[in-house]
Design a protein around this ligand. Structure first.
Ligand SMILES: Cc1ncc(C[n+]2csc(CCOP(=O)(O)OP(=O)(O)O)c2C)c(N)n1
Ligand code: SF4
Length: 298
């Protein structure tokens, strides 16, 4: 049986995404680079307005060596369907159509187009790289910004812990559509991400991959901690690795013990203001979520 594992040393040396102008230590670029290495040369990428399009389509330079196009902010899902239909109409075979949308472009403004694409059952891969805010326009809170995050639109102060809302549960919202395959991932666990991409390639029908991608600029973290932080998010239980297919959820990593959330949170300027009571809220929310996950996904 194909377990879809792929060893990093088996990845192509070919680069399909390079020379971009992203900030040093950008986690999202790791997600895009790895995704294209697995999906291959015959991949058509669709990017809405976000950091990844802003840093890579800079005339006369183009950081994608494969075909790529910018969609209106709200339309990634719709354009993915159109590109795939166009390729089929031209008689092109063995191609992949992938979207790289941020958390704002996925959970908020691009949500209905994503929902529509899943509903149509189109053969597309939608990757949400989640840096937990609208970074390209100056760090505004999105529907995927976690509780307690300081952003320019969710300030922290004497009476406010930063964002007071919880991170939208995109993975389960997408799963509720009965999608062919959905998974969460983290750039801190690249082998897991590679396997999920490799599987996404083979799945017929829509695929949704939601990958946590650290952002030193928006998170106020050291550039060299990008990968470590994305790993610690999982190890502290504030993010999880899971899959959904055939109406079933599977948990891919079930830590025996979580590392203290403070270890992850206090390496980031966006959480520096948190008080003990705020940390307790975060731990309480985490434990409630994991109780549910462990009861039904194991
Ligand atoms: C319809 C529309 N509204 C607003 C914008 C401005 N805009 C461009 S990029 C962006 C932020 C995107 O945030 P996200 O999707 O989280 O991706 P990130 O910037 O974090 O990579 C916004 C608001 C736009 N281009 N089009
Ligand atoms: S703001 Fe964040 S996501 Fe955007 S390019 Fe810089 S590090 Fe990457």
């Amino acid at each position: 049986m194909n377990n879809f594992n792929i060893r990093p040393k088996d990845l192509t040396d070919q680069e399909y995404f390079y020379g971009h102008k992203a900030c040093a230590g950008c986690g999202a670029t790791i997600a895009v680079r790895l995704a294209l290495k697995v999906l291959g040369e015959r991949t058509y990428s669709v990017l809405p307005a976000n950091c990844m399009s802003a840093v890579s389509f800079i005339y006369p330079q183009m950081a994608f060596t494969t075909n790529a196009i910018i969609s209106p902010f709200a339309s990634t899902g719709a354009m993915l369907s159109g590109v795939a239909a166009g390729a089929r109409a031209l008689g092109i075979k063995d191609f992949q159509t992938v979207g790289f949308a941020g958390d704002g472009g996925t959970a908020d403004i691009g949500f209905q187009a994503l929902s529509g694409a899943i509903d149509r059952g189109d053969d597309i891969i939608y990757i949400c790289y989640d840096n937990e805010a609208y970074m390209n326009t100056g760090i505004q809170k999105s529907g995927l910004t976690p509780y307690g995050t300081k952003t320019t639109t969710s300030p922290a102060g004497e009476n406010l812990p930063g964002a007071v809302t919880q991170k939208k549960n995109m993975f389960e919202i997408v799963a509720a559509h009965g999608i062919a395959y959905a998974a969460t991932a983290s750039i801190g666990y690249p082998n897991d991400f590679l396997r999920k991409l490799n599987k996404a390639k083979e799945v017929r029908g829509p695929v949704f991959l939601h990958i946590l991608a650290s952002c030193p600029t928006g998170w106020g973290s050291k550039t060299e901690l990008t990968v470590e932080l994305a790993k610690e998010a999982v190890d502290s239980g504030l993010w999880y690795l899971a899959e959904y297919e055939n109406d079933e959820f599977t948990l891919n990593k079930n830590p025996k013990e979580f590392i203290p959330v403070e270890e992850y949170l206090f390496k980031q300027g966006r959480f520096k203001h948190l008080k003990e009571k705020d940390i307790n809220v975060i731990i309480e929310q985490r434990d409630k979520k994991w109780e549910k996950i462990r009861k039904s996904w194991l």
